[in-house]
Design a protein around this ligand. Structure first.
Ligand SMILES: [Zn+2]
Length: 112
């Protein structure tokens, strides 16, 4: 098994090659070995807890944006009033929704 790890390390090193074909083939071979032997990838202690940066945009892929209500209005989900200057989710073509009426998973609650 130590030979397999040494081989994976060598292939990963080779994947940084300036020769793109060599780099691609090394990456593929390393990935195949990792999968074949169920190699477990781990982070060094100093990088544990490191995560990808959170998206900076408040715009979601489905067209809803989190904003502060500029005007009073009515929630398209619960039909209750929305007060000016409260946090809402807003969509150009769908309207406004209370923060709590819009689930963070991106799925709107079921219509009543
Ligand atoms: Zn609502």
């Amino acid at each position: 098994m130590a030979d397999v790890l040494a081989q994976i390390r060598a292939l990963i090193a080779l994947s940084a090659s300036d020769n793109l074909d060599e780099a691609r083939n090394a990456s593929l071979a390393a990935t195949r070995l990792i999968r074949k032997y169920g190699a477990i990838i781990s982070l060094p202690p100093e990088n544990i807890g490191t995560s990808f940066p959170a998206p900076t945009s408040k715009r979601r892929g489905d067209g809803w944006r989190r904003i502060k209500a500029k005007y009073a209005g009515v929630c398209v989900h619960c039909r209750q009033s929305i007060r000016k200057n409260t946090p809402i989710w807003w969509s150009f073509d769908k309207g406004a929704m209370h923060k709590d009426c819009y689930e963070p998973s991106g799925k709107k609650k079921a219509e009543r």
